[in-house]
Design a protein around this ligand. Structure first.
Ligand SMILES: NC(=O)c1ccc[n+]([C@@H]2O[C@H](COP(=O)([O-])OP(=O)(O)OC[C@H]3O[C@@H](n4cnc5c(N)ncnc54)[C@H](O)[C@@H]3O)[C@@H](O)[C@H]2O)c1
Ligand SMILES: [Zn+2]
Length: 361
């Protein structure tokens, strides 16, 4: 097991990462809450079927009566309506200010359960048990909780840091490969934004990681989590440095929304990282051989490196609206080298469009 510390003063917490950890959750919760009697588990039916019993057995052993509140699978349920149903569920089981919310699942469950934990009775303790690669390396860290509203994703939310993250890497074995690739886009992003040696480790071991081989899987998750934790610790409220986490996301978000979210986040971010790097190549600040290494690593991870079939006019207009093009310039996170990115306000919108439309990166 590896422990990553998220250092946020009084709100500091640990992410414990490794295989076969779910069975320990009861014991660890008891250490944090010596006198608690009740816990509320928020999960979805599929994840509950796979891992609910193991988790609940450990909780019961430690004397926690656990109420399970199920949320149907799917991003469309990350909504205020579902939050309202969960509030009613918590009322029905007489949840108190001290009742911990346990969120078992991917980013959808984590964001939603986190939002409910943040708002019910002005805030309940939260323990995140992420079960997708994306949730283990990204969404569980940093305290952002949210629901979607109308057409807008993550439009309503609040910061609420968990007390503990338990990332059991054994749970990743039941993920479809497409979900693994989805998370790998963020893992590769961490190498690109600040860790050249981590990028090298991924180049050497991508196939082993995709085959869930330990200790490489644990290493990849833990190093990713540590990079995100380090950035979050310096910018808890997302006012500056956290921006570099958006490498690949400027174009990525536009592609996702132009596809009506049919293209997965990780796939869109993969394309976005290639295009942002290609822009940097054309500006003469990023060496082309490194762009080729990035593309090779993404391909090894089962991710796309070219623009998917989307309506380019929608992608372009999404970028224009979303990212506030000013004086013909658009803000981009650009690489100088593998492991080094910076925030640029110098990219002309015309160049971004040209690179997006070009098949030649
Ligand atoms: N809070 C943040 O900082 C942050 C950061 C990035 C993304 N997000 C949010 O995260 C969400 C996406 O998260 P996600 O990619 O984990 O998707 P997800 O939660 O929808 O999970 C993907 C699928 O995998 C299934 N699943 C989960 N664990 C499984 C397991 N161990 N075995 C088999 N199937 C499993 C889920 O039921 C679901 O069908 C989005 O809503 C996004 O906005 C939040
Ligand atoms: Zn992302």
């Amino acid at each position: 097991m590896r422990t990553v510390r998220v250092r946020l003063g009084k709100r500091s917490y640990q992410a414990r990462i490794g295989p076969d950890l779910l069975g320990w959750a009861g014991k660890w919760l008891r250490e944090i809450m010596p006198s608690g009697e009740q816990a509320a588990l928020i999960t979805n039916p599929d994840v509950d079927r796979l891992y609910g019993v193991l988790l609940k057995q450990g909780l019961e052993k430690q004397g926690f009566k656990t109420a399970t509140l199920l949320v149907p699978e799917g991003e469309e349920h990350k909504s205020l309506d579902t939050a309202a149903r969960l509030y009613a569920g918590l009322q029905a089981v007489h949840a108190e200010r001290s009742t911990p919310i346990l969120a078992l699942g991917g980013g959808v469950i984590g964001d939603l359960a986190g939002f409910v934990a943040a708002t019910y009775m002005r805030g309940l303790p939260l323990v995140l048990l992420p079960t997708t690669l994306l949730a283990q390396v990204d969404s569980s860290l940093g305290g952002k909780t949210a629901v979607d509203h109308g057409a807008l994703k993550n439009n309503i939310g609040v910061f609420h840091q968990p007390l503990l993250i338990i990332a059991d890497t054994s749970t990743l074995r039941s993920l479809p490969q497409a979900e693994v690739s989805n998370g790998l886009a963020e893992v590769i992003k961490y190498g690109m934004i600040c860790d050249r040696s981590f990028f090298g480790l991924l180049e050497k071991n991508m196939q082993k990681i995709r085959a869930f081989e330990d200790p490489l899987l644990e290493e990849a998750v833990a190093r990713s989590a540590a990079i995100k934790a380090g950035i979050v610790a310096k910018d808890e409220r997302d006012t500056g440095l956290r921006n570099i986490l958006n490498f690949g996301h400027t174009i990525g978000h536009a592609v996702e929304s132009a596809s009506d979210f049919k293209i997965k986040h990780g796939q869109a971010v993969a394309t976005g990282m290639v295009k942002a790097s290609s822009i940097a190549c054309r500006m003469g600040i990023f060496p082309r051989p490194q762009l080729i290494r990035l593309k090779n690593l993404l391909l090894q991870a089962g991710l796309p490196v070219t623009m998917p079939r989307v309506d380019m006019s929608r992608v372009i207009s999404a970028m224009e609206h979303d990212k506030k093009v000013q004086n013909g310039k658009i803000r981009f996170i650009l690489p100088r080298a593998i492991g080094k990115v910076f925030i640029s306000n110098e990219v002309s919108f015309a160049l971004a469009v040209e690179v997006m439309e070009s098949a030649d990166d």
